[in-house]
Design a protein around this ligand. Structure first.
Ligand code: AMP
Length: 459
């Protein structure tokens, strides 16, 4: 979780980055930062909160230059403190080094230990800071060599937008866990986590940064300088299921279409007799479209969303999360009273949101409540940047499907099968990371993400 965005070659680079981050707000609501460069001077503005809260015209005016890098943060490693706001920025050998990172490394602990032994002093508790240290240690003046050597030492997930001197760098880990794309706006280049941000600023989508690819953009144009090889891709399937915006194309395909197809398959696998179907807004909306088209069921909005409340799970503290869940959706009793309904949801993670939703629907008069979920049970933590870092917070990790259904308070609960989900996907099954469903990790931190970071903080 996190959104990255960069612009090279536009006199409004910072303003465009602001808009890009605005479109990527769903990837992280905790903090935001933009760094810009005018060839001589590096400017930086950052703050805790939403893009629109942190930036106003006065602040944006201070960000001068033709190159900018921005980041929306949702903390998956490191704590939610001001030092951990990205992009990370330093001056090294009289040139700016700016790093914006989405993803989690899996060898943070080992790298951190090795670098500290050699005298590195860390200012943050983020794995992303390692990149700065790895780059700074490289003695070569050759940018390409520096980048290849530094990035080859990192394992795990990274989609990066960086500024190194007068170059904008885009890089993606060799497995391609997280999305990253390139766009063009007149003569300027744009790099973004998702294509929805290109749409907002009127940039044309050029292509994705390929897994393992390192791209350099400067006044000479765009150059693909190297591709780090990997035996296997591991696109995060959860980006399609929940995380990316439905109007984005990621990994080469449209997210809305994939979600709709997941719903279609779900209806085929688990038909249900009831008065009508409804999504849990907004997360279940797109799967619900496919579900009702396939099942030919009447459709209703049984709950209405308050659009002035952000995404519930983004709040790291549990107390705030529960409050936000309640304030976000209001049921319509006139629609629900004495009805047997099926609710469609994209996924169940902790189960706490769904439990509150079902209670609210019952209180509003729904008789039977069935639930259909457009992915399999999430049983294993993610080490690559989605926020379910430990097993114990995943409701399905210790419960059978029937037990989860009872916990949430449902009459029936069915999840789309792993085969059904993979059959819907626009790539071969072997191209995806499905570890949160299967426990089959391609690479794993030795101590698990949380332990890894706590250990770092203690040290
Ligand atoms: P819950 O019933 O508490 O598991 O919440 C389910 C809703 O939160 C679904 O729409 C999930 O897709 C969404 N969600 C997605 N990612 C996360 C996450 N990392 N933590 C909690 N909920 C998430």
């Amino acid at each position: 979780m996190c959104g990255v965005f960069g612009v090279f070659g536009h006199k409004e680079a910072a303003n465009l980055t602001y808009l890009g981050l605005y479109a990527l707000q769903h990837r992280g609501e905790e903090s935001v930062g933009i760094a810009s460069f005018n060839g001589k001077q590096l400017s930086y503005q950052k703050g805790v909160g939403l893009v629109s809260d942190v930036f106003d015209t006065a602040r944006l005016k201070k960000l001068k230059g033709y190159c900018a890098v921005g980041h929306n943060r949702y903390s998956t490693t490191g704590s939610s403190v001001a030092e951990n706001i990205q992009p990370i920025m330093v001056n090294h050998r009289k040139a700016p080094v700016v790093v914006a990172h989405n993803g989690n490394f899996t060898n943070t602990y080992e790298l951190h230990r090795a670098l500290e032994k050699e005298g590195a002093i860390f200012h943050t508790t983020m794995d992303s800071e390692l990149i700065i240290h790895l780059l700074a240690r490289e003695k070569s003046d050759d940018l390409k060599e520096k980048l290849i050597r530094a990035l080859s030492q990192i394992k795990g997930a990274y989609s990066l937008v960086m500024m190194l001197g007068d170059n904008l760098i885009a890089a993606r880990d060799p497995r391609g866990y997280r999305p990253l794309c390139i766009g063009k706006l007149h003569n300027a280049y744009v790099v973004s986590s998702e294509t929805c941000a290109l749409d907002l600023i009127g940039a044309r989508y050029v292509r994705d940064v390929a897994p393992g690819e390192i791209i350099k953009i400067n006044s000479q144009g765009l150059q693909s300088i190297h591709t780090l090889q990997s035996s296997q891709h591991a696109y995060c399937i959860f980006e399609y299921i929940y995380f990316s915006r439905p109007d984005s194309n990621i990994f080469g395909h449209n997210v809305y279409q994939v979600r709709k197809d997941l719903g279609r398959n779900l209806a085929r696998e688990f038909p249900v007799q009831c008065d009508f179907a409804m999504p849990i807004p907004d997360s279940g909306n797109y799967a619900a479209v496919g579900f009702i088209q396939e099942a030919e069921l009447p459709f209703e909005w049984g709950m209405i969303r308050n659009h002035y409340v952000g995404r519930t799970f983004i709040q790291p503290s549990q107390i705030t999360r529960d409050f936000r869940v309640k304030v976000k959706l209001n049921p319509i009793s006139d629609v629900l009273k004495d009805k047997n309904i099926v609710i469609i949801e994209d996924s169940i993670v902790r189960g706490t949101t769904s439990k509150i939703r079902v209670k609210t629907l019952r209180e509003a008069g729904a008789k039977q409540i069935h639930m259909r979920v457009s992915c399999p049970p999430i049983r294993y933590p993610c080490f690559y940047g989605i926020d379910f870092p430990t097993k114990k917070e995943l409701v399905a990790s210790s419960k059978t499907v029937e037990e989860v259904g009872r916990f949430i308070g449902l009459d029936s609960l069915c999840y789309l099968s792993l085969e059904g989900m993979l059959a819907t996907m626009p790539h071969k099954p072997c191209e995806f990371c499905t570890a949160c469903f299967t426990g089959n990790y391609l690479e794993k931190p030795k101590k698990g993400v949380k332990k890894n970071i706590l250990e770092l903080l203690r040290r």
